[in-house]
Design a protein around this ligand. Structure first.
Ligand code: PA5
Length: 460
């Protein structure tokens, strides 16, 4: 497994002192980065945060593999019902390892289709249901809280769809993933005897991809979860290292923190040059936004800190976003994600058309072109004083993906320490949820109905 981080285009020597980091700035702040590592290690040792432990949970991996073997051959679709951290990890894995929609590898008994219901758009739900057969679908409902309105409502629709077709046998086709000791989903799962897996209390939604949340749908889709966790476990070990050459999560955190806070780059563009990593870019967006966008620091002081994550796809978005990135406000840092060895070699045919726009390409490969386009974009941005860095995965397979996702989780956790914020809560999404409960008539939320009515009055 090999993943590297290249920060050279973040340096002042490449993009100038106003926008880039000097060697002294980086060196002077290394002790701060090591202190962030130490303080996160302490929080982990106290049991507060559990994501570093997930890849080592061999017992869970065996249980999930056994469950997948039990269901094997009985379904052609895995319908995941969840949202946010309970859906995006599954999409990142399916997209990277089974291919981006709609050009996935052929669906088969070994590699069934994954349909993710992560929105309550009625047209989307109806189309999704129309595309699946209840007799050939396994439903995986995921909600840590056990009460998220979007997931509960979609699950009620899907459960009824199963009940209408299968009657009493419906429950045997449902797998629930939720907290062990709380939530209405847990109550329903026990009452109706669903196959159930638990999410550890100290693992937050956006850090849960290597818990049952990501591993159950992945195993059901035929992804090798042992290898996924093996890569993540190797990365975990590297992420506890005090050596910044070994610990790329800490090195990336230090560079990103400095460029963000000292050079005022309030936006980070995650720029994969791989359609297979497109799902991971959306997973990253949530991880970065919810973890690092905070009103208060740990002392309670108001800080309103945050760096807006944006996902862009290379080369596609060179023809959509790069004009802005080159000439618009210099408020962004770009993180390119590249793959050394794509699984396929696509040779561009030598058509010898006597037309220059075609002929120079003939005989070369698509991977050479993709690589040239990325390097050209990096160089162009650097020459316009736009700082950028590159993560390189040797290939996209289970081990690299597990390692890459784990690396980003560690980087996010280290950034939380560097910014002195709690990267693991999400108070900011609560008020909207409470207003939704009030608007939908949930018992006990009258206070929020009154607050919402006041807001409507003001608008009127
Ligand atoms: O990262 C988080 O904690 C959130 O994004 C949650 O994953 C999201 O709100 C869904 O929560 P739940 O799993 O309780 O339905």
């Amino acid at each position: 497994m090999s993943i590297s981080f290249d920060p050279r285009n973040l340096l002042a020597t490449m993009v100038g002192e106003e926008h880039g980091l000097t060697a002294a700035e980086i060196e002077d702040n290394q002790p701060t980065a090591l202190a962030a590592l130490a303080s996160f290690r302490q929080l982990w040792q106290q049991g507060l945060y559990g994501f570093p432990d997930l890849p080592a949970n061999q017992k869970l991996i065996r249980e999930i593999d056994a469950m997948a073997r039990k269901f094997a051959g009985s379904y052609d679709t895995v319908c995941v019902v969840g949202i946010g951290g309970s859906a995006l990890g599954c999409w990142a894995l399916d997209c990277a390892l089974r291919g981006p929609h709609p050009v996935q590898g052929q669906h088969s008994a070994k590699h069934p289709r994954v349909v993710i219901l992560d929105n309550v758009d009625p047209d989307f739900i109806e189309h999704a249901l129309d595309s699946m057969s209840p007799k050939k679908t396994l439903v995986v409902v995921i909600a840590k809280s056990g009460s998220t309105a979007e997931t509960m409502s979609s699950f009620l629709v899907v459960r009824q769809w199963l009940l209408d077709a299968l009657g009493k046998k419906a429950a045997a086709r449902i797998i629930a993933i939720t907290s062990e000791g709380r939530g209405d989903l847990k109550v329903l799962a026990s009452r109706e005897s669903y196959t159930t897996f638990h999410i550890p209390e100290n693992v937050g939604g956006r850090f849960s991809v290597l818990s049952a949340v990501g591993l159950v749908p992945a195993a059901l889709a035929g992804i090798n979860i042992k290898k996924l966790c093996r890569g993540a476990a190797a990365m975990t070990e590297a992420c506890w290292s005090d050596d910044l050459d070994t610990n790329i999560a800490l090195s990336a955190a230090l560079h990103h923190w400095l460029i963000w806070t000292r050079k005022h780059k309030s936006i980070q563009v995650a720029f994969p040059y791989s359609n297979f990593l497109w799902g991971a870019a959306f997973w990253f967006r949530q991880l970065w936004a919810e973890s690092l966008g905070k009103a208060r620091d740990r002392s309670g002081a108001t800080v309103h800190v945050g760096q807006t994550p944006v996902a862009a796809l290379g080369t596609t978005d060179q023809h959509s976003q790069v004009q802005l990135y080159m000439e618009g406000p210099n408020d962004k840092v770009f993180s390119f994600w590249t793959v050394n060895k794509p699984s396929h070699t696509v040779k561009i045919p030598k058509a010898r058309l006597g037309l220059d726009g075609f002929d120079y390409l003939g005989g070369q490969t698509m991977s050479k072109l993709l690589d040239a386009e990325r390097r050209a974009t990096e160089a162009a941005l650097a020459s316009s004083s736009r700082p950028n860095c590159t993560f390189t995965l040797d290939r996209v397979d289970e081990e690299h993906l597990g390692a890459f996702l784990q690396m980003m989780e560690f980087e996010t956790a280290f950034l939380g320490e560097l910014l002195n914020i709690n990267a693991f809560d999400q108070e900011g999404v609560e008020l909207g949820k409470k207003f939704t409960y009030a608007l939908m008539g949930r018992a006990g939320w009258d206070e929020f109905k009154e607050r919402f009515d006041d807001y409507e009055k003001k608008r009127a």
